[in-house]
Each structure stands twice: as C-alpha cells, then as structure tokens.
Design a protein around this ligand. Structure first.
Ligand code: ASP
Length: 409
C-alpha cells in the first residue's frame, strides 16, 4: 500500500502528541503559545483548498457520471445509504446510553430551561441549500450551497453536447487535479500538524478533569467503535466483498486526520486521497459521494446526540417514552444533513434534538466542556462512514474488480 508509510508517520505524530501533551499538563501555556500555532497553520492549509476542491471535484464528478439517469441512481443510493447508517448510529447511541447509564449518580433538578441557545431550523437549512447568489456561497465557504451549485453545473454539462461542455469540464478537471497535488503536499506535513493539534488538547484537559463525564465519553467511544466494526464492516464485506481490516487500514490516514482536526470537511482532501489511492475507488464515484458525505453524512455525530440526549434525560430525571426515542432518531438523522462538517457543529445541532423531546437546553453546558474529546471520535466515524459509502456505491456500480486489484480483497 502506497500510503502505508505516511499512515505510520501520522500515527506516530498522534501518539507522541498525546505523550508530550501529558508532560505539558502543568504548563499548558507552552502548548498553547508554541505548539498550537503549527496546528492552526496545518488546519489553515487544509481549509484553503476545501472550496476549490469540493467545487471542482463535484462539477467533474456530476458531469462524468454521464447521463442524468445514472446520476439520479447513484445519488439515490448514496442518500439511502447515508440515512440508513445514520439511523443505525443514533440507535446504537441510545442503546449504549441505556445500558451504561452515564447520567446515573449525577442528578440535577430541572430549572428554567435555558432558552439562550439559538436553534437552527431544519427548514431554513434546507431552503438555504439553493444559493440565491452562488458566488457569495463560494466566497463564504457555505459548503451546502457550493455542493448544490456544483451539482447544477455538473448536471447541466451532462445534458449538453460534448463539444459544448468539454472545455468547461476540462478546466475543472484540471483544477481538481491541481487541488489533489496540493493535498499530497499538505499530507507530507500532516504528521507534524496532527502532533501540534493534539498536544494542547491533552495538556489542557488532562485525564482527571474528565472523570464526571467519563461515562459519556466511554459511551460515545464504545458506540463509535461498535458502529465502525458492526455497520461498516458488514457493509463493505457484503457489498464490496473486501476485508474490513483492509478497509480500515486504507482509510486510516483520513480517520486520524479527522480525529485531530474534528472537521470532516477539513479532512475531505485526505478522505478523497485515501479512498482513491488506498481503496481503488474511481474518481467518478469518489468525487460525488465524498464531498456530499462530508456535508450531509454524520453517523458519529448522530450517535453522540443519541448518547447525550439520554444522558441528559437521566441527569434531569426525565423518563423518555419509546415515541420520544423515535423522535430522537428522526431528528438526529435529519439534523445530521444540516450539520456542517466543522468542529463543534454537532453540539449546536444537539439543541435541535433536545428540543424535539423537551429536554432542558441548559444541559448543553455539561456536554460543552468535553465536546472536543467527543468531537474527535465522532468526526472520525463521520469520515469512515463516508468512505464506506464510497466503497459500497463503487462496488454496486461495477467497480469491484478495481477495488480488489488495489487492496487484494
Ligand atoms: N465535527 C464534526 C464533523 O466535522 C461535526 C460535529 O461537530 O459533530 O464531522
């Protein structure tokens, strides 16, 4: 596997970052002032290429799928896969919170529910997907709008005669290639970036501060691992007939990057690269499925919301009915579509889930303190979920041979 060495280096960056962070626990200033800036530099570099990368690769992806019919077919399959796996993820989250009871032992009487947090409405998010001014969407980096506009352009290309659309598509193809080259360069420095991002987190939170909420962390981490092992392993095994171990190895660089950047959009360049180069998925499928997934597919986030909702219900001594649990599953699944792939977005969308079943919003404060740690796990799962979808769609679109060739099933 071509990327093996880089993966190892990124892991070394992560582990040494954790060790150094523990040493620096008494002196978090050093971590904040001297190490974190390098992490910020790494994130800035990744952010720099997101909009041009997503835009160009989606235009080319949608245009290269060919006839609008197969675009509709692939789009439909992708959407179903994303929604079903997300619903499974919330269910796992709820089940784990029921079993582990993270909220038991910490009882807070319900006060006046804090109304200060503004809840983004799903309807508004959905309506805003179509940009009134697409250039503004591009400049603002509004990823859903960027995706929508790129899809319209790509679909437009598919219905034009080729001699008319070719110059346009070629231009974006070339832009996308350049973006991948820049990604490759950024990946060279990823081990240092990951190191610099993880040191301040460990030095600030340490391991002790986590005690009161450690059960929530445990539930989210166990849930994420279970979801990856059960849901994704089964999906890639059944649909693409590849060994889950090889799948996880191939996607590891993206998972580690997601873990340290806590942004699936930010990780997108790495996800695309891992899925193409390590797992043998075509440009056609990956350019379509992955940018879409980084924005609308959030299994880890939905799982986390399931755990947190139940945790808060336990803390506030509120019994949730089966109907309320169903509402949580539905809201978290739909809400994940509107959750941006940026750090902390899941916490904001948690308000939506809490509100849907009348749980006090002030509970957010409890979660906020440990959100970064939960964000790391959930973002990794979000990204692995996108990759698993790319593999499954590729396999069902007749790319099984290329995948087998690349990773040796
Ligand atoms: N950070 C997550 C992501 O980028 C979103 C979230 O906050 O749950 O996928």
């Amino acid at each position: 596997m071509k990327n093996m060495k880089l993966t190892t280096k990124i892991f070394i960056g992560l582990i040494s970052g954790i060790i150094v962070g523990m040493f620096l626990q008494g002196a978090p200033d050093i971590a904040q002032n001297y190490i974190k800036p390098f992490g910020t530099l790494f994130i800035n570099m990744i952010k720099m290429i997101i909009v041009p990368l997503v835009f160009s690769s989606l235009v080319v992806g949608a245009a290269s799928i060919g006839d609008p019919k197969s675009l509709g077919r692939i789009g439909g399959k992708t959407l179903v896969y994303y929604l079903v796996t997300t619903a499974i993820a919330v269910t796992i989250g709820l089940a784990l919170a029921m079993i582990l009871k993270p909220g038991a032992g910490l009882i807070i009487p319900v006060g006046d529910a804090a109304k200060s947090v503004e809840t983004p409405s799903i309807i508004n998010t959905l309506l805003n997907i179509i940009p009134r001014n697409p250039l503004k969407g591009l400049v603002d980096g509004n990823i859903l709008q960027v995706i929508a506009f790129a899809l319209f352009l790509g679909i437009g290309c598919t219905v034009l005669p080729e001699e008319k659309s070719a110059p346009f598509v070629n231009f974006f193809d070339s832009l996308a290639e350049i973006m991948y080259k820049i990604t490759a360069f950024i990946m060279e420095v990823a081990p240092y970036g990951v190191f610099a991002l993880i040191v301040p987190v460990v030095s600030q939170y340490g391991l002790d501060v986590l005690k009161p909420l450690s059960m929530v962390i445990l539930a989210v981490y166990i849930g994420c691992i279970l979801h990856a092992i059960i849901t994704y392993s089964t999906a890639v095994k059944i649909f693409a007939k590849i060994s889950p171990l090889k799948f996880f190895k191939g996607i590891a660089p993206a998972a580690v990057t997601a873990f340290s950047t806590t942004s699936s959009s930010g990780t997108l360049p790495v996800t695309i690269r891992s899925v193409r180069e390590n797992l043998g998925v075509s440009e056609k499928i990956s350019s379509f499925v992955l940018p879409l997934g980084a924005t609308i597919n959030m299994d880890g986030t939905a799982l986390y919301q399931g755990v947190c909702a139940l945790f808060l219900a336990q803390v506030y001594g509120i019994d949730l009915s089966v109907g309320q649990m169903m509402t949580i599953i539905l809201t978290a699944t739909l809400g994940s579509i509107g959750t941006a792939g940026v750090p902390g977005a899941g916490l904001i969308m948690l308000t939506l889930v809490l509100q849907s079943v009348g749980l006090p919003l002030e509970g957010l404060v409890l979660i906020a303190g440990i959100d970064r740690i939960l964000d790391m796990a959930r973002t990794s799962v979000n990204v692995i979920g996108d990759a698993s979808c790319a593999i499954v769609i590729a396999a069902t679109e007749g790319e099984l041979e290329t995948i087998e060739e690349e990773i040796g099933a």
